[in-house]
Design a binder for this molecule. Structure first.
Ligand code: BG6
Length: 510
């Protein structure tokens, strides 16, 4: 029997009714960049997990497309291997998984070709027509651009010239998922958006940011707008400041070539971290739909003051746990004199009525002491120190995005005994304890939404543009500067701590 979510519901009745099932219509998914890491680690395993969960339509197929010459059989074998290595749902450990894989694999094909050569798209078109006949995918397509960004223009133009884009709102659907980074700066993002709009209607474009696929990130919306008690204090009258940290223990691994031309500002801040800022700071949307949601997020980004204070850093050699790790400049495919930043801390102000004067300190970096992403809302101190100066700590509401997903609230409690001695304690909610089971991978949720045509968790053109405005500013003013060195395994350069110390604050100890 294939793995079904109902099994979880039997084991844990709290899961019952957590998911509203809406199976998408028949569709062929084409993955450009089919031999890359993202396909192997995330995309293909996500598609197979969706199949195992019964979320995919009957008429379904996957066509991989990349430059590497390979027969479909070979790509299938690679994908099978990828499932064992990286899959949340592996055929070998799922009841009836091997039979499920055989059925799924019958709809898996591969087309090799150079994206700048029109013949590649002609070949793909022929294969897709065959797939329509054999698998009942009915001319509906989801094209996933999982390539380096330099290939996006050729892909869009190739699809258009080959007549592979159905008009919007017609009988056949065409959706195009575009990976990040969407552009390198504001002008290149604008140019890419212009090109996108010559080929597609905005309703067909899915700019992906996988942080929006994380359960904990989506829960921010439920937490803020599904509860009555937090929203009244969610503003400058009660909040002292907000800290957002997206820390990674890993270095650049095998991605030196890409990373050295990107840096943390383009790789994490412009997209993932600013998305966390928007969800924390946005006004309640008038409806829970793509436009209403994204309208509010764009307003936040537009309200962010330019010329933010910032600190950039680059990791030097050090130790993570018990292992010695090399300096960034000694990583493979990284220039020996690289000025690429692997750490950034910014102090943002959102100039609107809700947030006027409340700093949002955001930071992200590689080779920090641990992998942790957290949003901490720090409340103002009590108005009158009844129990002695600095006897109480500021209340903090912290959202643990990952790992150990949950939310906690710090408040002061009386230490038992004769005197009124307060001590900070935590009230904690943990996803694992409350809901059990394994949360779906971000890519599962996002692929399913894209297949259903739901753009709520994807970024709109004006949103990407507005995010680049904030980061572009930092990129310009830091262009000629050396990033400050920080030892691998530390919490970034000294200057990042000094930035908060100047405001009489400190980064949270995570
Ligand atoms: C990716 C970045 O978008 O996000 C990587 O390109 C980074 O550099 C990754 O490691 C982090 O994602 P997660 O889900 O592990 O926090």
């Amino acid at each position: 029997m294939p793995y079904r979510p109902e099994h979880d519901e039997v084991a844990n009745p709290l899961r019952k009714g957590l998911r509203a099932k809406r199976v998408p219509g028949p569709c062929a998914v084409v993955i450009f960049g089919a031999s890359g890491d993202l396909t192997m680690r995330k995309l293909f395993p996500a598609l197979f997990a969706l199949e195992a969960l019964g979320e995919l339509p009957g008429g379904f197929a996957v066509v991989g497309c990349a430059n590497t010459p390979m027969a479909s059989e070979e790509w299938r074998a690679k994908m099978r291997e990828a499932l064992s290595k990286h899959g949340r749902v592996k055929p070998e450990s799922t009841p009836d998984g091997e039979a499920l894989w055989e059925r799924f694999a019958a709809g898996v094909h591969y087309v090799s070709g150079d994206f700048s050569d029109p013949r590649c798209f002609e070949k793909l078109k022929t294969v897709l027509e065959e797939v329509d006949r054999a698998r009942g995918t009915r001319g509906n397509r989801l094209f996933y651009c999982a390539t380096p960004p330099s290939a996006f223009p050729a892909l869009l133009e190739g699809l258009k010239s080959a007549g592979m884009i159905a008009p919007p709102y017609s009988d056949n659907t065409t959706s195009v998922v575009i990976e990040k980074p969407f552009g390198r700066d504001a002008p290149s993002a604008r140019a890419l958006n212009e090109l996108v709009h010559t080929v597609l209607d905005e309703s067909q474009v899915f700019r992906i940011d996988h942080y929006l696929g994380k359960e904990t990130v989506q829960n921010l919306l439920v937490f803020r707008f599904g509860n009555a008690i937090f929203e009244p204090v969610w503003n400058r009258a009660y909040i002292d400041h907000v800290q957002i940290t997206a820390a990674e223990e890993l270095g650049v691994e095998r991605r030196g070539r890409y990373y050295d031309s990107a840096g943390v500002l383009r790789d994490m801040i412009q997209n993932h971290v600013l998305q966390l800022v928007t969800l924390t700071a946005m006004e309640p949307p008038v409806a829970f739909d793509a436009d209403a949601m994204r309208d509010e997020k764009v307003k936040v980004l537009r309200a962010v003051r330019t010329n933010a204070e910032f600190v950039l850093g680059q990791y030097s050699a050090g130790a993570i746990g018990t292992s010695d790790v090399p300096a960034y400049r000694d990583e493979p495919d990284v220039a020996k004199d690289s000025r690429t930043e692997t750490f950034a801390a910014l102090k943002l102000y959102i100039d609107n009525w809700r947030w006027g004067g409340v700093p949002f300190y955001i930071r992200s970096g590689k080779r920090l002491p641990k992998r942790t992403t957290e949003i901490a809302v720090v409340f103002r101190p009590v108005a009158h120190a009844l129990f002695g100066s600095s006897a109480t700590q500021q209340n903090v509401l912290s959202v643990r995005v990952q790992p150990d997903e949950g939310i906690s609230i710090r408040f002061n409690a009386k230490v038992p005994g004769e005197s009124y001695r307060p001590r900070a304690v935590n009230m904690d909610f943990s996803y694992g304890a409350a809901f059990g089971g394994q949360a779906p991978e971000a890519y599962e949720r996002l692929l399913l939404d894209a297949l259903r045509g739901d753009q709520t968790l994807f970024t709109r053109s004006d949103e990407v543009q507005a995010a680049w405005r904030i980061v572009g500013d930092v990129l310009t003013s830091s262009a000629e500067k050396e990033p400050a060195p920080y030892e691998s395994g530390s919490w970034g350069p000294r200057e990042a701590h000094e930035m908060l110390a100047r405001d009489g604050r400190r980064w949270r100890r995570l």
